[in-house]
Write a protein that binds this ligand. Structure first.
Ligand code: CAA
Length: 282
Protein backbone atom coordinates (compact mmCIF):
# COMPACT_ATOMS: atom_id res chain seq x y z
CA UNK A 1 0.00 0.00 0.00
CA UNK A 2 1.07 3.60 -0.54
CA UNK A 3 2.66 5.03 2.54
CA UNK A 4 1.71 8.68 2.34
CA UNK A 5 -1.52 9.04 4.34
CA UNK A 6 -1.50 9.11 8.13
CA UNK A 7 -4.64 9.38 10.27
CA UNK A 8 -4.41 10.79 13.79
CA UNK A 9 -7.44 9.94 15.92
CA UNK A 10 -7.98 12.51 18.68
CA UNK A 11 -7.43 16.25 18.28
CA UNK A 12 -6.50 17.15 21.86
CA UNK A 13 -3.11 18.50 22.98
CA UNK A 14 -1.22 15.38 21.84
CA UNK A 15 -3.21 14.47 18.72
CA UNK A 16 -3.00 18.01 17.42
CA UNK A 17 0.77 18.14 17.89
CA UNK A 18 1.31 14.69 16.37
CA UNK A 19 -0.74 15.67 13.30
CA UNK A 20 1.41 18.81 12.94
CA UNK A 21 4.64 16.80 13.19
CA UNK A 22 3.47 14.38 10.47
CA UNK A 23 2.24 17.17 8.15
CA UNK A 24 5.52 19.05 8.63
CA UNK A 25 7.37 15.93 7.40
CA UNK A 26 5.22 15.89 4.24
CA UNK A 27 2.65 13.20 5.06
CA UNK A 28 -0.99 13.74 4.06
CA UNK A 29 -2.63 13.88 7.46
CA UNK A 30 -6.22 13.70 8.60
CA UNK A 31 -6.79 14.60 12.22
CA UNK A 32 -10.05 13.03 13.34
CA UNK A 33 -12.12 13.83 16.41
CA UNK A 34 -15.78 13.09 16.95
CA UNK A 35 -16.08 16.21 19.14
CA UNK A 36 -16.53 19.19 16.85
CA UNK A 37 -15.27 21.59 19.52
CA UNK A 38 -11.99 19.66 19.75
CA UNK A 39 -11.43 20.04 16.00
CA UNK A 40 -12.14 23.76 16.10
CA UNK A 41 -9.73 24.21 19.03
CA UNK A 42 -7.02 22.15 17.28
CA UNK A 43 -7.28 24.25 14.11
CA UNK A 44 -7.16 27.46 16.11
CA UNK A 45 -4.11 26.26 18.07
CA UNK A 46 -2.13 25.36 14.94
CA UNK A 47 -3.08 28.62 13.23
CA UNK A 48 -2.00 30.64 16.30
CA UNK A 49 1.26 28.70 16.71
CA UNK A 50 2.18 29.08 13.03
CA UNK A 51 1.30 32.78 13.04
CA UNK A 52 3.63 33.23 16.02
CA UNK A 53 6.41 31.43 14.14
CA UNK A 54 5.84 33.62 11.06
CA UNK A 55 5.88 36.78 13.20
CA UNK A 56 9.07 35.56 14.90
CA UNK A 57 10.68 34.70 11.55
CA UNK A 58 11.16 30.98 12.22
CA UNK A 59 8.59 30.06 9.52
CA UNK A 60 7.69 31.65 6.18
CA UNK A 61 4.12 32.22 4.98
CA UNK A 62 4.87 29.76 2.12
CA UNK A 63 6.01 27.03 4.49
CA UNK A 64 2.98 27.62 6.70
CA UNK A 65 0.66 27.24 3.69
CA UNK A 66 2.56 24.14 2.55
CA UNK A 67 2.22 22.38 5.92
CA UNK A 68 -1.42 23.39 6.37
CA UNK A 69 -2.02 22.05 2.84
CA UNK A 70 -1.06 18.57 4.15
CA UNK A 71 -3.38 18.80 7.15
CA UNK A 72 -7.13 18.16 7.08
CA UNK A 73 -9.63 17.69 9.90
CA UNK A 74 -12.60 15.38 10.11
CA UNK A 75 -15.36 14.38 12.51
CA UNK A 76 -15.80 11.00 10.81
CA UNK A 77 -13.79 8.00 11.97
CA UNK A 78 -14.34 6.38 8.55
CA UNK A 79 -11.68 8.79 7.22
CA UNK A 80 -9.00 6.43 8.56
CA UNK A 81 -9.56 4.63 5.22
CA UNK A 82 -6.51 4.81 2.95
CA UNK A 83 -4.05 5.53 5.81
CA UNK A 84 -1.05 3.17 6.11
CA UNK A 85 -0.61 4.32 9.70
CA UNK A 86 -3.25 5.30 12.22
CA UNK A 87 -2.12 7.02 15.41
CA UNK A 88 -4.58 6.93 18.28
CA UNK A 89 -4.35 9.85 20.72
CA UNK A 90 -7.68 9.77 22.57
CA UNK A 91 -7.98 10.30 26.36
CA UNK A 92 -5.86 8.06 28.59
CA UNK A 93 -8.64 5.70 29.72
CA UNK A 94 -8.43 2.02 28.81
CA UNK A 95 -12.17 1.76 27.96
CA UNK A 96 -11.97 4.73 25.56
CA UNK A 97 -8.78 3.37 23.95
CA UNK A 98 -10.33 -0.07 23.46
CA UNK A 99 -13.56 1.31 22.02
CA UNK A 100 -11.58 3.49 19.61
CA UNK A 101 -9.32 0.62 18.50
CA UNK A 102 -12.35 -1.64 17.94
CA UNK A 103 -14.00 0.94 15.69
CA UNK A 104 -10.79 1.91 13.86
CA UNK A 105 -9.98 -1.77 13.25
CA UNK A 106 -13.35 -2.20 11.50
CA UNK A 107 -12.89 0.90 9.32
CA UNK A 108 -9.18 0.88 8.47
CA UNK A 109 -7.54 -0.80 5.47
CA UNK A 110 -6.61 -4.39 6.30
CA UNK A 111 -2.85 -3.76 5.92
CA UNK A 112 -2.85 -0.59 8.04
CA UNK A 113 -0.80 -0.42 11.23
CA UNK A 114 -2.54 1.11 14.27
CA UNK A 115 -0.43 2.63 17.03
CA UNK A 116 -1.44 4.01 20.39
CA UNK A 117 0.08 7.14 21.88
CA UNK A 118 -0.76 5.83 25.35
CA UNK A 119 1.75 6.93 27.95
CA UNK A 120 1.54 3.68 29.90
CA UNK A 121 -1.51 1.49 29.28
CA UNK A 122 -1.01 -2.10 28.09
CA UNK A 123 -0.52 -2.31 24.33
CA UNK A 124 -1.39 -6.03 24.37
CA UNK A 125 -4.69 -5.30 26.11
CA UNK A 126 -5.57 -2.56 23.61
CA UNK A 127 -4.54 -4.81 20.70
CA UNK A 128 -6.72 -7.65 21.99
CA UNK A 129 -9.95 -5.95 20.87
CA UNK A 130 -8.79 -5.84 17.22
CA UNK A 131 -8.56 -8.49 14.53
CA UNK A 132 -4.97 -7.43 13.84
CA UNK A 133 -3.07 -7.52 17.17
CA UNK A 134 0.17 -8.16 15.22
CA UNK A 135 -0.30 -4.77 13.53
CA UNK A 136 -0.73 -2.85 16.78
CA UNK A 137 2.00 -1.27 18.91
CA UNK A 138 2.76 1.75 21.06
CA UNK A 139 4.33 4.93 19.70
CA UNK A 140 4.56 7.38 22.57
CA UNK A 141 5.19 11.03 21.72
CA UNK A 142 6.18 13.72 24.21
CA UNK A 143 4.59 17.10 24.68
CA UNK A 144 4.95 19.30 22.66
CA UNK A 145 4.99 16.58 20.00
CA UNK A 146 6.34 18.71 17.11
CA UNK A 147 9.32 19.78 19.24
CA UNK A 148 10.32 16.82 21.42
CA UNK A 149 12.77 14.55 19.63
CA UNK A 150 11.89 11.24 21.29
CA UNK A 151 9.46 8.53 20.26
CA UNK A 152 9.14 5.55 22.60
CA UNK A 153 8.40 2.36 20.66
CA UNK A 154 6.51 -0.25 22.64
CA UNK A 155 5.82 -3.70 21.27
CA UNK A 156 2.84 -5.71 22.49
CA UNK A 157 3.16 -9.45 23.07
CA UNK A 158 2.31 -10.28 19.45
CA UNK A 159 3.45 -7.15 17.54
CA UNK A 160 5.14 -8.35 14.33
CA UNK A 161 8.64 -7.35 13.19
CA UNK A 162 7.07 -5.87 10.05
CA UNK A 163 4.85 -3.56 12.13
CA UNK A 164 7.81 -2.49 14.26
CA UNK A 165 9.88 -1.75 11.13
CA UNK A 166 7.06 0.31 9.58
CA UNK A 167 6.73 2.47 12.71
CA UNK A 168 10.48 2.83 13.14
CA UNK A 169 10.86 3.98 9.52
CA UNK A 170 8.00 6.46 10.01
CA UNK A 171 9.69 7.79 13.18
CA UNK A 172 12.87 8.49 11.20
CA UNK A 173 10.88 10.30 8.49
CA UNK A 174 9.31 12.68 11.01
CA UNK A 175 12.72 13.32 12.57
CA UNK A 176 12.29 11.44 15.85
CA UNK A 177 14.86 9.31 17.64
CA UNK A 178 13.42 6.10 19.02
CA UNK A 179 14.03 4.01 22.11
CA UNK A 180 12.61 0.54 22.69
CA UNK A 181 10.60 0.80 25.87
CA UNK A 182 9.25 -2.16 27.87
CA UNK A 183 5.51 -2.84 27.96
CA UNK A 184 5.18 -1.98 31.63
CA UNK A 185 3.29 0.99 33.10
CA UNK A 186 4.98 4.31 32.35
CA UNK A 187 7.17 2.70 29.70
CA UNK A 188 10.58 4.40 30.06
CA UNK A 189 10.38 8.18 30.38
CA UNK A 190 7.22 8.47 32.46
CA UNK A 191 8.35 5.80 34.90
CA UNK A 192 11.26 8.06 35.78
CA UNK A 193 9.73 11.49 35.19
CA UNK A 194 6.23 11.25 36.68
CA UNK A 195 7.24 10.02 40.18
CA UNK A 196 9.51 13.08 40.31
CA UNK A 197 6.57 15.36 39.43
CA UNK A 198 4.43 13.51 42.00
CA UNK A 199 7.07 14.00 44.70
CA UNK A 200 7.24 17.70 43.78
CA UNK A 201 3.44 17.93 44.26
CA UNK A 202 3.85 16.32 47.72
CA UNK A 203 6.34 19.06 48.59
CA UNK A 204 3.84 21.76 47.57
CA UNK A 205 1.15 19.95 49.61
CA UNK A 206 3.53 20.05 52.59
CA UNK A 207 3.97 23.82 52.21
CA UNK A 208 6.82 24.46 49.73
CA UNK A 209 6.21 27.23 47.20
CA UNK A 210 5.76 25.93 43.59
CA UNK A 211 8.30 28.55 42.38
CA UNK A 212 10.89 27.22 44.84
CA UNK A 213 10.39 23.60 43.80
CA UNK A 214 10.66 24.60 40.11
CA UNK A 215 13.72 26.79 40.60
CA UNK A 216 15.40 24.02 42.57
CA UNK A 217 15.22 21.64 39.61
CA UNK A 218 15.82 24.26 36.91
CA UNK A 219 18.86 25.79 38.55
CA UNK A 220 20.09 22.74 40.42
CA UNK A 221 19.69 20.18 37.64
CA UNK A 222 19.40 22.26 34.45
CA UNK A 223 15.88 21.00 33.68
CA UNK A 224 14.25 23.25 31.03
CA UNK A 225 11.09 23.39 33.13
CA UNK A 226 10.55 22.68 36.81
CA UNK A 227 8.42 19.62 37.75
CA UNK A 228 5.44 21.72 38.89
CA UNK A 229 5.50 23.95 35.81
CA UNK A 230 5.78 20.80 33.67
CA UNK A 231 2.77 19.23 35.42
CA UNK A 232 0.68 22.31 34.59
CA UNK A 233 2.06 22.27 31.03
CA UNK A 234 1.22 18.61 30.30
CA UNK A 235 -2.07 18.68 32.26
CA UNK A 236 -2.57 17.68 35.89
CA UNK A 237 -5.22 15.11 34.85
CA UNK A 238 -2.81 13.47 32.37
CA UNK A 239 0.00 13.37 34.90
CA UNK A 240 -2.29 11.97 37.61
CA UNK A 241 -3.61 9.29 35.21
CA UNK A 242 -0.03 8.17 34.50
CA UNK A 243 0.86 8.11 38.19
CA UNK A 244 -2.30 6.12 38.98
CA UNK A 245 -1.34 3.73 36.16
CA UNK A 246 2.07 3.16 37.79
CA UNK A 247 0.42 2.58 41.18
CA UNK A 248 -2.18 0.13 39.87
CA UNK A 249 0.22 -1.54 37.44
CA UNK A 250 3.11 -2.28 39.80
CA UNK A 251 0.96 -2.69 42.96
CA UNK A 252 3.68 -0.76 44.75
CA UNK A 253 2.99 1.94 47.35
CA UNK A 254 6.04 3.91 46.22
CA UNK A 255 3.86 5.10 43.32
CA UNK A 256 1.01 6.44 45.51
CA UNK A 257 -0.46 9.51 43.75
CA UNK A 258 -0.29 12.79 45.65
CA UNK A 259 -3.77 13.58 47.12
CA UNK A 260 -3.34 17.26 46.22
CA UNK A 261 -3.31 16.29 42.53
CA UNK A 262 -6.54 14.32 42.99
CA UNK A 263 -8.24 17.27 44.67
CA UNK A 264 -7.07 19.67 41.95
CA UNK A 265 -8.39 17.43 39.17
CA UNK A 266 -11.75 16.97 40.94
CA UNK A 267 -12.07 20.75 41.21
CA UNK A 268 -11.32 21.29 37.51
CA UNK A 269 -7.82 22.72 38.04
CA UNK A 270 -6.11 20.89 35.19
CA UNK A 271 -3.13 23.19 34.57
CA UNK A 272 -2.41 25.48 31.66
CA UNK A 273 -5.22 24.12 29.45
CA UNK A 274 -7.91 25.04 32.02
CA UNK A 275 -6.32 28.39 32.91
CA UNK A 276 -5.53 27.33 36.47
CA UNK A 277 -3.23 24.73 37.94
CA UNK A 278 -0.42 25.29 40.43
CA UNK A 279 -0.03 28.60 38.58
CA UNK A 280 -2.63 30.86 36.95
CA UNK A 281 -2.72 31.38 33.14
CA UNK A 282 -4.47 34.01 30.99
N1 CAA B 1 3.55 23.07 20.03
C1 CAA B 1 4.38 23.19 18.98
N2 CAA B 1 5.51 23.89 19.00
C2 CAA B 1 5.83 24.52 20.16
C3 CAA B 1 5.03 24.44 21.32
C4 CAA B 1 3.83 23.68 21.21
N3 CAA B 1 2.99 23.54 22.24
N4 CAA B 1 5.61 25.15 22.30
C5 CAA B 1 6.74 25.66 21.81
N5 CAA B 1 6.87 25.28 20.51
C6 CAA B 1 7.96 25.63 19.60
C7 CAA B 1 7.97 27.12 19.36
O1 CAA B 1 7.08 27.47 18.31
C8 CAA B 1 9.41 27.35 18.99
O2 CAA B 1 9.61 27.01 17.63
P1 CAA B 1 10.57 27.90 16.68
O3 CAA B 1 11.94 27.82 17.30
O4 CAA B 1 10.46 27.24 15.35
O5 CAA B 1 10.00 29.27 16.70
C9 CAA B 1 10.18 26.34 19.85
O6 CAA B 1 9.20 25.33 20.22
C10 CAA B 1 10.76 26.93 21.10
O7 CAA B 1 9.71 27.55 21.81
P2 CAA B 1 9.87 28.83 22.74
O8 CAA B 1 10.99 29.65 22.23
O9 CAA B 1 8.52 29.47 22.87
O10 CAA B 1 10.15 28.26 24.19
P3 CAA B 1 11.34 27.44 24.81
O11 CAA B 1 12.61 27.61 24.07
O12 CAA B 1 11.27 27.78 26.24
O13 CAA B 1 10.90 25.90 24.64
C11 CAA B 1 9.80 23.94 25.33
C12 CAA B 1 9.65 25.43 25.01
C13 CAA B 1 10.32 23.19 24.11
C14 CAA B 1 8.40 23.43 25.65
C15 CAA B 1 10.80 23.76 26.54
O14 CAA B 1 10.38 24.54 27.62
C16 CAA B 1 10.93 22.33 27.03
O15 CAA B 1 11.65 21.52 26.46
N6 CAA B 1 10.20 21.98 28.12
C17 CAA B 1 10.18 20.62 28.67
C18 CAA B 1 9.17 19.79 27.91
C19 CAA B 1 9.09 18.40 28.44
O16 CAA B 1 9.74 18.00 29.41
N7 CAA B 1 8.22 17.60 27.78
C20 CAA B 1 7.97 16.24 28.20
C21 CAA B 1 6.69 16.27 28.93
S1 CAA B 1 6.29 14.69 29.60
C22 CAA B 1 5.35 13.99 28.42
O17 CAA B 1 5.10 14.51 27.37
C23 CAA B 1 4.88 12.64 28.77
C24 CAA B 1 3.47 12.37 28.51
O18 CAA B 1 3.15 11.20 28.48
C25 CAA B 1 2.43 13.42 28.37
Amino acid sequence: MEKNKVAVVGAGLMGNGIAQACATAGYEVVNIDTFEAAIEKAQETVEKLFNRKVAKGSMTEERKAEILGHLTYSGDLADVKGAFLIIEAVPEKIEIKKETFKKVDELADLEAVIVSNTSGLSISEIASVTNRPDKVMGAHFFYPAPVMKLLELVRGLVTSDETYDTVKEFAGKIGKTTVDAPEFPGFMVNRILVPMQNEAAFMVMEGSKPEDVDNAMKLGCNHPMGPIELTDFVGIDTMLATMTGLYNGFHDSKYRPCPLLETMVKSGMLGKKSGQGFYKYD
